[in-house]
Design a protein around this ligand. Structure first.
Ligand code: BGC
Length: 509
């Protein structure tokens, strides 16, 4: 796995290793596409614990909650309530599949703009909602919005970044998701005190939508997408701007044109192409990575952090405060990832992060198991509540430098151009489908498994960490156009891929 160093332009730096101000700004603006996703993740958990919101839209849930048996693991167990949160994911799933064609035909940037506009309208409808129908319609539009942007943004970042720094650039997407989550949590903290606070929280989602849409209007599309759509002159301009006026962009441009020609010659439906045997490793990764990302249990924390902290004995304000702290830890850890991912590679971060998350989940389970047990009738003592918070922070840090950003990076960088948008959309669809099922079942599972839920997720974390250890090749620094080599040199996947590009590889060291 360590071998297979690529060399398209005669050295191991890939094309244009320089980071120019232009490409940096462009990618920061593009990464803000993560804002709307993060904002929604952060806002929905808090809003669904606000009494005025429940009174208006889910009065029966509120009544049941008040009369609920006081087992703390079960207080918030309601299918109707979770369906409000998770309806977005069903819409997002449908949108991400459509988005694959859009990103190919209209380009990455246009798909991001479309996503931003759709999200904007959804947010406005939600903020003004007077009945459940408006609430659901709003959520569906928000779902379409994130479906489009989550598909197009990571691809945009991977295509625009110099290959040597692709990991760090792509991490920007998760960083903006994190900013979205923290701002939403902070807003919820303030608005929870107001009778119409839920309206404010839901409506303010127009702000991140506006920021990312205006941003996307200001940047140019990626050279790959422009070449793919036959806009060669614009492609060259975009490349020159990104790599610096003095760099020789011709080798990179030629490689792009070459892979586009190969793609056009094949002229196949991408959803069919991706099923070919030679793309089996890519397909497995684009399904397994987002599936496993969700089975780290991160959204148990992200959606329900306030509920969870309340459940383990924090008051409702302390619980929101705790989730803000958690969000800040998460942001810091994403920066750590940005600093390390292109130096030490993706695999090290995955393996270390996985081990850390595993240990933290097991520790949380033991604290809850010994202190609350299965009766769930008692709350944690203050010391133990703080210990749980610390463990959850360490867990979130582990996620923040591994499965968080890397689950967006890997699917956006492993596919050849012709099926890149398709691979990314499968990945987003799997992410949303798994999030939906877990969000829908989490509160019930918590109510039945009690603290065992943390053991359930730690088991999955062990499995996915082994999976990475055995099956994920290192992609650090490899130019997108030479990505074939990583599979050709992999002990298991080599049997699936054709060796046509071996002329571009160096022998294993
Ligand atoms: C995941 C989300 C998660 C978020 C947390 C993203 O990468 O896909 O499901 O809620 O990270 O910050």
């Amino acid at each position: 796995m360590a071998g297979g160093v690529f060399a398209v332009d005669g050295n191991d730096r890939g094309f244009g290793g320089r980071v120019t101000a232009s490409v940096l700004i462009t990618c920061i603006v593009a990464a803000s596409g993560g804002l709307i996703f993060g904002y929604d993740i952060g806002i929905s958990g808090g809003v669904t614990t606000m009494e005025p919101f429940l009174r208006k839209f889910f009065p029966s849930v509120l009544k049941r909650m008040k009369a609920a048996d006081k087992n703390i693991y079960c207080v918030f167990n309601s299918q109707v309530l979770t369906s409000f949160t998770s309806s977005l994911y069903i819409a997002g799933l449908a949108a991400s599949l459509v988005a694959s064609r859009l990103t190919r035909v209209l380009g990455r940037r246009a798909t991001m703009v479309l996503g931003g506009c759709t999200f904007f309208v959804g947010a406005a409808i939600n903020g003004a909602a007077v009945n459940i129908a408006m609430l659901i319609l709003g959520r569906i539009l928000l779902g379409f919005g994130v479906g489009f942007t989550n598909q197009a943004t990571p691809v945009y970042l991977s295509e625009m970044a110099p290959s040597k720094w692709r990991g760090a650039f792509n991490t920007g997407f998760q960083f903006f998701i994190g900013i979205g989550v923290v701002s939403a949590n902070a807003l919820n903290y303030g608005s929870a005190r107001l009778e119409w606070g839920w309206r404010l929280s839901l409506g303010v989602a127009v702000v991140p939508a506006m920021i990312m849409t205006l941003g996307a209007l200001l940047i140019s599309d990626t050279p790959s997408s422009l070449v793919e759509r036959g806009k060669l002159e614009e492609a060259e301009k975009s490349l020159r701007r990104a790599r610096g006026v003095y760099s020789d962009v011709n080798p990179e441009l030629s490689a792009l044109i070459k892979s586009t020609e190969a793609m056009k010659a094949a002229n196949q439906e991408p959803f069919k192409t991706i099923l070919e045997r030679q793309y089996r490793p890519h397909l497995v990764m684009s399904v397994a990575i987002p599936f496993f990302q969700q089975l780290t249990g991160i959204n148990v924390i992200a959606f329900y952090a306030p509920v969870l902290f309340q459940s383990v004995g924090f008051g409702s304000n302390a619980a929101l405060m705790a989730s803000i702290i958690l969000g800040m830890v998460n942001l810091g850890s994403i920066l750590v990832s940005a600093g390390l991912v292109d130096r030490y590679g993706r695999r090290v971060l995955f393996l270390q992060g996985g081990a850390q998350m595993f240990l933290c989940q097991v520790a949380v389970a033991s604290v809850l198991g010994t202190q609350i047990g299965v009766s769930g009738k008692e709350t944690l003592s203050k010391d133990y509540a703080v210990l749980v918070l610390l463990l959850i922070c360490a867990y979130a840090a582990g996620f923040g430098w591994s499965w968080g950003p890397l689950s967006w990076l890997i699917p956006s960088e492993i596919f050849p151009l012709k099926i890149r948008p398709t691979g990314q959309s499968i990945s987003v669809a799997v992410n949303f489908a798994t999030t939906f099922v877990l969000a829908q079942t989490f509160l019930t599972i918590l109510c039945h498994f009690k603290y065992g839920i943390f053991l359930f997720y730690s088991g999955w974390i062990a499995i996915m960490t082994l999976f990475i250890g055995f099956f994920l090749p290192e992609t650090k620094g490899v130019p997108l156009e030479s990505m074939d080599t990583v599979w050709e040199n992999h002990w298991y996947w080599r049997r699936f891929v054709k060796q046509e590009s071996s002329a571009m590889t160096l022998p294993n060291k």
